[in-house]
Design a protein around this ligand. Structure first.
Ligand code: AMP
Ligand code: ZN
Ligand code: FE
Ligand code: FE
Length: 287
């Protein structure tokens, strides 16, 4: 099996429509793909409709969370798979996150404008469309203004978390987010735990406490992880009984990463399915 468990469509901050993402998945030789847009499940139905007959679709989402570490507040991303998208607790939190993304995105745009950058609120809203607003949408506006050549460069020059234009967004406390995904019948998997600031908090002790609290897995193979990080996460996950996944975190042309660049095993996927409540199953052959 050729499985990629973490991708973004234009329903969040990727650039592919669900149909384009399915074509890209086929072209990359995948037989299973998860869509995990930030803070939304709006892409689930279009992805299901666009799913080629031979493709297995895993429905999920990626949530931004924070953990209060001794070094300060640390941003950690959490993937949720196969949860009930209509679970009231989840709907309420998703609505709060999406509303704040709009205000926070506009606050970043206002700071850029005040700094003399020639972009507009309207332009960023048009780029985002119906998606929860994210910094990559602002990055595309900066590209359109001719200020940068890629979204990655926009992050380096204008959008970094420690930069002058940055504004925090609302997120969910990490342990609360794990509980929320479980309460909705889903399977929580820590996304790229060794990327950026998350790396300083996600040690064996924290992963142990998270596993006790319901965390089901960790994403070890991810473009942000070097070989040492991958090996250490596997070593921590084993004794805790955590599922180990691998995923590209594909964003279309918003990131220089190919779909299917990192993969998960059939065993990992089977363990995710077994850990879910069954309200939202896999779609496709064998499902
Ligand atoms: P936000 O969710 O608005 O805080 O924006 C952060 C998102 O932007 C992350 O979840 C990634 O999808 C994306 N991102 C972060 N760093 C970069 C980068 N250097 N280049 C392109 N996209 C990035
Ligand atoms: Zn993203
Ligand atoms: Fe992420
Ligand atoms: Fe992601």
């Amino acid at each position: 099996m050729t499985i990629d468990l973490h991708t973004h469509t234009a329903f969040s901050d990727g650039t592919d429509s669900p149909a384009q993402l399915m074509s890209a998945a086929v072209a990359a030789g995948l037989d299973t793909v998860a869509i995990t847009d930030h803070d939304t499940t709006e892409g689930w139905a279009p992805a299901a409709a666009a799913r080629p007959e031979q493709m297995v679709l895993v429905r999920g989402a990626e949530f931004s969370t924070h953990y209060r570490h001794e070094s300060g507040r640390v941003s950690v991303h959490l993937l949720g798979y196969l949860f009930d998208p209509a679970a009231p607790v989840l709907l309420a939190e998703v609505a709060r996150l999406q509303d704040d993304r709009l205000h926070r995105g506009m606050a970043i745009v206002d700071r850029l404008i005040a700094g003399g950058v020639p972009i507009s609120r309207q332009q960023v809203l048009e780029i985002a469309g119906d998606a929860p607003v994210g910094r990559p949408h602002i990055g595309r506006a900066l590209m359109a203004a001719g200020l940068v050549n890629s979204v990655t460069e926009a992050f380096e020059v204008y959008l970094a978390g420690n930069g002058p234009y940055y504004v925090d967004k609302a997120d969910t406390e990490l342990f609360d987010a794990v509980a929320l995904v479980r309460a909705a019948g889903g399977v929580p998997v820590l996304a790229h735990p060794r990327s950026r600031s998350a790396a300083r908090a996600t040690d064996a002790a924290l992963l142990g406490r998270l596993a006790d609290a319901g965390l089901a897995g960790v994403e070890a193979d991810h473009p942000d992880h070097d070989a040492a990080a991958r090996a250490e996460l596997r070593a921590i996950a084993g004794p805790l009984g955590l599922i180990v996944t691998g995923s590209s975190d594909y964003h279309g042309t918003n990131k220089a990463i190919r779909i299917g660049q990192e993969r998960s095993t059939a065993e990992a996927l089977a363990a995710i399915v077994a850990a879910s409540s069954g309200t939202t199953g896999l779609l496709g052959p064998g499902a």
